[in-house]
Structures are given as C-alpha cells and as structure tokens.
Design a protein around this ligand. Structure first.
Ligand code: AMP
Length: 219
C-alpha cells in the first residue's frame, strides 16, 4: 500500500491557491478539492445546503463548520483511494475543521499530510481579487495577465459576487481571525512560500517544495 498524499494549500483569498491547485492537478494527477467550488455548486443547484449558505457566500463570511465538514466527508470519500494525491484548496479554514479532517483521514489509509502556506501582502490581494475572473463552468480562475476572455473548457468568465472590494476586505479579515489558528495547528507540517510574482513563479516554488518532500506523480 502506497497510502495517500494530502497537500493542504493555506493562504488568504487571492494568494493563488486555485492556480497552484490546478497546476498540481495536471502535473501530479492530483484531485483538486475546493470547498468554495463545492459550496458554489450547491448554490447553483438550489439544494438545501445551497439555500442555507447562499447569503454567507455573498457576504464573504465563513459557512458553519458543521455544513462544510459534512460536505467534505461526503465528497472526500470519492477521491481518497490508495496512491492518490489530494490537493485541498480552501479547507480546512478553522481549527475545528483541521481537527475533523485529521479524524476523517486517520485510520483509513496511511496518509502523508503536507501544508503549504502561500504569503502575499494584503493590499496586493485586494488589487488582484478585484480584477479576477472565474469560469462559470469549471471554476478555473484568471487574472488580467492571462489575457483570456473565454475558458479553454468553453465556459464564460464572470466576476464572482464575492470579489467586490468591500466583500474582499471582509473575507481577508475573516481569514485573519479564523484561519491563522489553522496555521498554528499545522506548525509541525507547514512550509511557507512567497506568493509574489506571476503564477508561474509561485507554482515553480511549490514544485521545488513538493519535490523536496518526496511527493511525486501518482496514479
Ligand atoms: P473560496 O472559493 O475558497 O474563496 O470560498 C468562497 C466562499 O465559500 C468563502 O468566502 C466562504 O464563504 C465559503 N467557504 C469555502 N470554504 C470554506 C470553509 N472551509 N469553511 C467555511 N466557509 C468556506
């Protein structure tokens, strides 16, 4: 049994977690597991969960741990199998979620959990997020530097409702309040990486780290 590798991407909204996750998905055949995308899908479907979380998503606050943990439990089973690399993007976001995740993974398969925290200056993030566009179909994100008006999957690019400046500032504040304890929780498994520069620069740094940690292409 090879076990599974779980790579947790931490970092404030806009540091480039989605871009890095997309890259890891392609290069390492990893599963990109984004709670933001899962929650937005629920809203789009108009499910019970979607109706419950819609207002929170629009305001930039955090959805309750119980709902998010349950959604992750339901979906992670589908991607966790022997030999897989799973990239968690946007989860865990609170210490409670981190504890629940450890519990979900423990005893199932021998797992290796690595945590990469991407750091970017706050004002740069506000500027970046205001210009960000997301594919309505696959959830890929694009900045002005990509020069893309339509996604390669054919999906239309839109500005997310929570990428308005006031909402962005609220999300950053929430991030500081709720997610910093998560970094502390993972202190012994955490590596910091600078998120400055282009997405290519950032993924190159992440690549070097994963290589040094012995995480390799699977499946
Ligand atoms: P994201 O796409 O990761 O920026 O997430 C978009 C929004 O979904 C966040 O602003 C939260 O409202 C909600 N969300 C995503 N992941 C979580 C999580 N792990 N815990 C609570 N709320 C979340």
């Amino acid at each position: 049994m090879r076990g599974i590798s779980v790579v947790i991407l931490l970092g404030a909204p806009g540091v480039g977690k989605g871009t890095v996750a997309q890259y890891l998905k392609d290069k390492y055949n990893a599963y990109h597991f984004s709670t933001g995308n899962l929650l937005r899908n629920e809203v789009e479907k108009g499910s019970d969960i979607g109706n419950k979380v819609e207002d929170t998503l629009r305001s930039g606050g955090l959805v309750g741990d119980e709902i998010v943990n349950e959604l992750v439990k339901q979906n992670i089973e589908k991607v966790v199998s022997d030999g897989s690399v799973v990239v968690l993007d946007g989860y865990p976001r609170t210490k409670n979620q981190a504890i629940v995740l450890d519990d979900m993974l423990s005893g199932k398969l021998k797992e290796v959990i690595r945590v990469i925290e991407i750091d970017v200056d706050k004002e740069c993030l506000v500027a970046r997020l205001s210009k960000r566009r997301v594919c309505i179909k696959c959830g890929n994100t694009f900045g002005p530097q990509d020069g893309v008006t339509i996604c390669s999957c054919g999906g239309k690019l839109i500005k997310r409702k929570d990428d308005e400046e006031s909402v962005i500032r609220n999300r950053l504040k929430k991030y500081e309040e709720d997610t910093l304890p998560v970094s502390r929780y993972y202190a012994d498994r955490l590596v910091n990486v600078s998120g400055d520069g282009s997405p290519v620069d950032v993924v190159r740094r992440v690549d070097v780290i994963l290589h040094s940690l012995g995480i390799e292409k699977r499946r």
